[in-house]
Design a protein around this ligand. Sequence first.
Ligand code: GLP
Length: 261
Amino acid sequence: MEVIIKATYEDMSRAAAQEVARILNTKPNAVLGMATGSTPLGLYRELVRMHRDEGLDFSQVTTFNLDEYVGLRPSHPQSYHFFMHENFFKHVNVPKQNIYIPSGSTNNYPSFCAWYEQRIEECGGIDLQILGIGSDGHVAFNEPGSSLTSRTRLKTLARQTIEDNARFFERREDVPIYAITMGVGTILEARELLLCANGKNKAWAVAAAIEGPVTGMVTASALQMHPHAKVFLDSDAAGELKMRAYYDWIEERRPGAPRYN
Ligand code: GLP
């Protein structure tokens, strides 16, 4: 796992956006895995800017979102459908028919989940999966106790997650209790992973994910099993890392490091 620590949220977001641009420059028809939450907002803003000012092209891109709340219509302002449209899709040129987001309102979850997995496979698999991290260490909605081989499925949200996400809803009772989410196994099949985290409230989860044991209790720790995982942090989120000095040293020495290609 590569750990890249930037001084600010903006720097972190710009560095993460460069990774997405690198993929698109080498593979214009890449399949991108998208994440929601407040963390990737800066990354999406930067990609929108690159599209507008630098011609970063999404016309051949396909996207698969990680998750969606159950019970919210796509037009609900807190649905992930709405979030993605407002913060990303309406500003770039991903073709509508190439956008996949789990349905929060299907009447047959098992068959929807199986179809979603099948679509990912038919599209050639995910080239780069963007990830955030929950304060309990979850990725997507893979709450503590999830299997590290899990696939797309329905999950009951943990109380901590409901608390964390209540800030986006008018009333706490409005926060959905169930979600449909890609599994940890699904996420691990992406060719590259890009996890972003910022803020002090993520410091524990980040340290547990990067330096703790690989465990279903912190599903982000599964990234340790992935050969191409990069973690972009701001300095607050890096606050509890024991090996911080080493990660900074690697970055410092990177310009002189031998290259593989
Ligand atoms: C939700 C999402 C996750 C996201 C997490 C953190 O649980 N399902 O994908 O990483 O929130 O959100 P935020 O970035 O707002 O802290």
